[in-house]
Design a protein around this ligand. Structure first.
Ligand code: ATP
Ligand code: MG
Ligand code: MG
Length: 356
C-alpha cells in the first residue's frame, strides 16, 4: 500500500489518518509537538519543525503523496517535497495570509467584507474612518478560533486593539451584518473533476464554531447557487487539488466570503456519518487521483456539536445517547476553548440542538 504524509498532527490529521486506514493506506505524520493526537492512529510519526529541510526530505522519500491539515506552515522549505505536495504551495501561501487571501478572492470576482491592510495603530484609525465602525482587526497570519482578533468601535480603542493582537501585520474588516453563516466544502481532483458537499449552516460562539447543521435551511437556500459559483471560481483559480473550504456570511444582498481554508474543516465533520463520502475520504480521493465520492446526505440531515474545553466532561452522556456519534480526539488536557471532540446526530435538522 501507499503511504500518505500529513503535515500537522491535530484532530483533522487524526480523522484523515482514520479515513486513510479504512482505505488501506498508511499515514506518516510530521509535527513539531511531542505527542500529536494524529500520531496515535498513524503508522509513523516524525517529530520535526516544519522548516527542517532534512527532516522534510526524508519524510518525502518515505511518502507517495504529502498533504497538510493546517495552513500555518512556512512555504519555502516545502520546495523539497516537490510534486508530492497536494494541495500545492499556491493554495497554502494564499490561505495563510489574510491580505493575500482577500486580494486573491477579489481577483476572482468574489465579494469579501470591505477591508484595509493595517501595520500600526494609526492605520487602525484610518481603517475605522474608511470602513465605518465597527471594524474587526485580524492578524494576517496564524489566527484561528477567533484568536488574534479585536473589535474596534472608536478611534480611542485603536492602540489597545493593536496591542491586543500583538502589534503584528493585520487586516481590518468592516463589521458585517448577516442573517447567518455557512460554509461550502468542495473537492477538486488533479484532472479538474469537482464535487461539493451541501452547504452547512454554522453557528459560532466567541469566535469558535459551536454547531454545524445540514441541510442549511431556508435562510441559506437562496444563496447556494451563487456561493457554489464563487467557491468554484476560487478553487479553479488556485488550481487547487484536494478539499477546499469557503466560509460565507449570508448578507441581505448576497453571499460574502469570510475566509477560505485549503483543507478539510471543522464544519465538515458531519460528513463522517452524514454523507455518503466523508470530507476526509474525499480529500484523500482527490490527492490520490481516485474518482471523487458521492457527497450527498445519507439521511434527512445532520447536526454536529463541538465539544470545547470541559464540554468533554459530558462524554458519558453522549456515549449513552442513542444515535449520538461521539468522536474524542485523545488530546488530554481540556483547556478552555480547546476542541476536544464532537458529536454528530443524524435525522432532520429540526431534531438537532437549537442553533439560535
Ligand atoms: P476559524 O479559522 O477557526 O474559522 P478565525 O480565527 O479564522 O476562525 P474568522 O473566521 O475570521 O476567525 O472569524 C470568526 C468568526 O467571527 C466568524 O465566523 C464570524 O462569526 C465573526 N466574524 C469574522 N469576521 C467578521 C466580520 N467582518 N463581521 C462580522 N463578524 C465577523
Ligand atoms: Mg480561519
Ligand atoms: Mg473562520
Amino acid at each position: 500500500g501507499s503511504t500518505i504524509g500529513i503535515l500537522g498532527g491535530g484532530q483533522l490529521g487524526r480523522m484523515m489518518a482514520l479515513a486513510a486506514a479504512r482505505l488501506g493506506y498508511r499515514c506518516h505524520i510530521l509535527d513539531p509537538h511531542e505527542q500529536p493526537c494524529a500520531a496515535e492512529v498513524s503508522a509513523e510519526f516524525t517529530r520535526a519543525a516544519y522548516d527542517d529541510r532534512d527532516a522534510l526530505r526524508r519524510f518525502a522519500d518515505e511518502c507517495d503523496v504529502v498533504t497538510y491539515e493546517f495552513e500555518n506552515i512556512p512555504v519555502e522549505p516545502l520546495a523539497v517535497l516537490a510534486d508530492k505536495l497536494a494541495p500545492s504551495t499556491r493554495s497554502l501561501e494564499v490561505a495563510q495570509d489574510r491580505a493575500a487571501e482577500k486580494r486573491f478572492i477579489e481577483g476572482c470576482g468574489v465579494r469579501v467584507a470591505p477591508w484595509r491592510e493595517v501595520d500600526s495603530a494609526a492605520d487602525i484609525e484610518v481603517a475605522l474612518e474608511a470602513l465605518g465602525a465597527p471594524i474587526l482587526l485580524k492578524s494576517r497570519r496564524y489566527g484561528y478560533d477567533g484568536k488574534g482578533q479585536a473589535w474596534v468601535r472608536r478611534a480611542e480603542e485603536a492602540a489597545e486593539a493593536w496591542d491586543a493582537i500583538g502589534r503584528q501585520p493585520a487586516v481590518a474588516e468592516a463589521g458585517m451584518t448577516f442573517g447567518a453563516e455557512f460554509s461550502l466544502i468542495l473537492a477538486r481532483g488533479a484532472n479538474g473533476e469537482t464535487s461539493a458537499f451541501p452547504p452547512t449552516l454554522n453557528h459560532h460562539e466567541g469566535g469558535i464554531l459551536r454547531t454545524s447543521t445540514v441541510p442549511a435551511g431556508p435562510q441559506i437556500a437562496p444563496f447556494t447557487d451563487q456561493a457554489i459559483a464563487a467557491a468554484r471560481a476560487i478553487e479553479e483559480a488556485l488550481g487547487h487539488v484536494g478539499v477546499l473550504t469557503v466560509e460565507f456570511f449570508a448578507c441581505a444582498d448576497g453571499p460574502v466570503v469570510n475566509e477560505i481554508a485549503p483543507r478539510v474543516h471543522n464544519s465538515g465533520h458531519w460528513t463522517i456519518e452524514g454523507a455518503q463520502t466523508s470530507q476526509f475520504e474525499q480529500h484523500l480521493r482527490a490527492i490520490l487521483g481516485l474518482p471523487l465520492g458521492d457527497p450527498t446526505l445519507v439521511s434527512a440531515g445532520a447536526t454536529m456539536e463541538n465539544l470545547i474545553g470541559d464540554d468533554v466532561d459530558r462524554w458519558a452522556d453522549f456515549v449513552a445517547e442513542p444515535g449520538a456519534h461521539l468522536h474524542l480526539y485523545g488530546k488530554g488536557e481540556a483547556r478552555p476553548g480547546r476542541k476536544m471532540g464532537h458529536v454528530t446526530r443524524l435525522g432532520s435538522a429540526a431534531s438537532g440542538p437549537s442553533v439560535d
